[in-house]
Design a protein around this ligand. Structure first.
Ligand SMILES: Cc1cc2nc3c(=O)[nH]c(=O)nc-3n(C[C@H](O)[C@H](O)[C@H](O)COP(=O)(O)OP(=O)(O)OC[C@H]3O[C@@H](n4cnc5c(N)ncnc54)[C@H](O)[C@@H]3O)c2cc1C
Length: 390
């Protein structure tokens, strides 16, 4: 067993930290203006490319950084330190785009990898959240193409994206299928752009699809394959959420410890108060244990373990890390006192921003269902061991 970062991982971590440092300068501007102007996005894009961290989940042959899952986790852990979700400006095309045909790859994926196009994933609807089988968006055959009708909610990056990956039921057999839809296709419109708890570098608009005509070449993967493509995205994305929330918690804790060492009240620094020490010790414990487990599961992904077991392990990592990180940033706000509640303080922003990590890509309750389902079907052995190594 080897736990030290290899020279390759250490170099990647350092490179991701350097990129994070470059992007961090935009946090205050993003918070003040609820987003960034095109010039700032252009600077960030150039930095991402200069650091070689574009599309880290896509093969080098197609222009991506071609990182393993463990390497991606190391990078995401660093990027997670950014507030205002600026980690999302370091684009990573949806994994399901690997199912593109060669023509779709040239039209959508390669420009997406290069940072010239941007995708957004549109699955959730008003009546279909945790249970995507409740979607009502339909695709009706029409000549050699399809006509889409429906509505999608919470489409992250929907403002900056120029194409959407839309889950719809193909009529008449209700086969769940993904479609690639250019945003400027007639019939696609933004219904509403709600405000959320966090200040995110992008928006999460709601989209309407009214008699949207697309060709046969808009089908991603095969007809009926929509859930499989969705599941693959969830599995890896959950692991990346675990990594990012751990990085975020570390940044908050470092700031809180520095503050606790400096802030004097009642004749002594906060760091010497045992109630504060308890908060710091609990946070160290939760960061260290969650980082170790997330790295373990990422390593198991790279060993090519059983996909269903890995699905449950990614759910375990996401559940544990996102819940722990929410507790940690809450403690850090507390250590800062009133200052911790000010929006120009990174701990305040992280406290607001980490809340959604317990909701999206499957709520904490859904992660528990995934884990318990695996226990019921296949027992505890694989979940409690280093499966890939056995
Ligand atoms: C900021 C933001 C960005 C998002 N980005 C995207 C995106 O880019 N693309 C996209 O498609 N979606 C996106 N989502 C949607 C997100 O994935 C859903 O919000 C999430 O899956 C939960 O669905 P829901 O909101 O409909 O809640 P519901 O499914 O209605 O759940 C409500 C509550 O009930 C619980 N619950 C539901 N089912 C069960 C059950 N079987 N057992 C026990 N408890 C249950 C849930 O855990 C939750 O606590 C985003 C959401 C947010 C908030």
């Amino acid at each position: 067993m080897e736990f030290a970062l290899s020279p390759r991982l250490a170099e990647l971590k350092q490179r991701a930290a350097s990129l994070t440092g470059k992007i961090m300068q935009f946090e205050d501007e993003c918070e003040a203006n609820n987003g960034l102007p095109p010039e700032a996005h252009a600077v960030i894009r150039d930095e991402v490319l200069a650091h070689g961290l574009q599309a880290i989940n896509m093969p080098a042959d197609w222009g991506g950084a071609g990182l393993t899952i463990l390497e991606q986790v190391v990078v995401q852990d660093e990027l997670g330190k950014l507030t205002n979700a600026l980690w999302d400006a370091v684009w990573r095309p949806a994994n399901c785009l690997s199912a593109c045909t060669p023509e779709q790859r040239e039209r959508y994926l390669v420009p997406d990898i290069e940072g010239r196009r941007r995708d957004a994933v549109a699955i959730t609807e008003e009546h279909a959240g945790s249970d995507p089988s409740g979607i009502r968006t339909t695709a009706t055959r029409d000549g050699d193409g399809y006509v889409l009708n429906g509505e999608k909610w919470f489409v992250t990056v929907g403002d900056a994206a120029d194409f959407l990956i839309v889950l719809a039921y193909v009529r008449p057999d209700n086969e769940p299928t993904m479609f690639l839809v250019d945003k400027d296709t007639p019939g696609v419109s933004v219904k509403r752009t709600p405000r959320y708890t966090h200040t995110f570098v992008y928006e999460h608009p709601e989209f309407l699809f009214q008699d949207v005509r697309v060709g046969q070449d808009a089908v991603l993967g095969r007809i009926g394959e929509g859930y499989d493509l969705t599941r693959d995205w969830f599995t890896e994305e959950r692991l990346m959420i675990a990594a990012r929330t751990i990085g975020a918690a570390e940044r908050a804790l470092r700031l809180a410890v520095d503050w606790a060492k400096e802030r004097e009240q009642g004749g002594d620094v906060l760091m010497n108060r045992q109630l504060i020490q308890g908060m710091i010790a609990d946070s160290v414990t939760e960061i260290a244990t969650n980082r170790a487990f997330t790295h373990q599961v990422a390593w198991e992904f790279d060993q090519g373990g059983d996909r269903k077991t890995l699905h449950a392990k990614a759910a375990t990592a996401k559940l544990a890390a996102s819940e722990a990180s929410n507790r940690i940033v809450d403690r850090c706000v507390q250590i800062f006192g009133g200052r911790g509640y000010m929006r120009d303080m990174p701990v305040e922003r992280l406290w607001r921003e980490l809340r959604v990590d317990r909701i999206w890509e499957g709520t904490s309750e859904i992660q528990r269902l995934v884990i318990a389902n695996e226990v019921g079907k296949r027992g505890l052995d694989d979940l409690l061991s280093f499966t890939a190594g056995s």
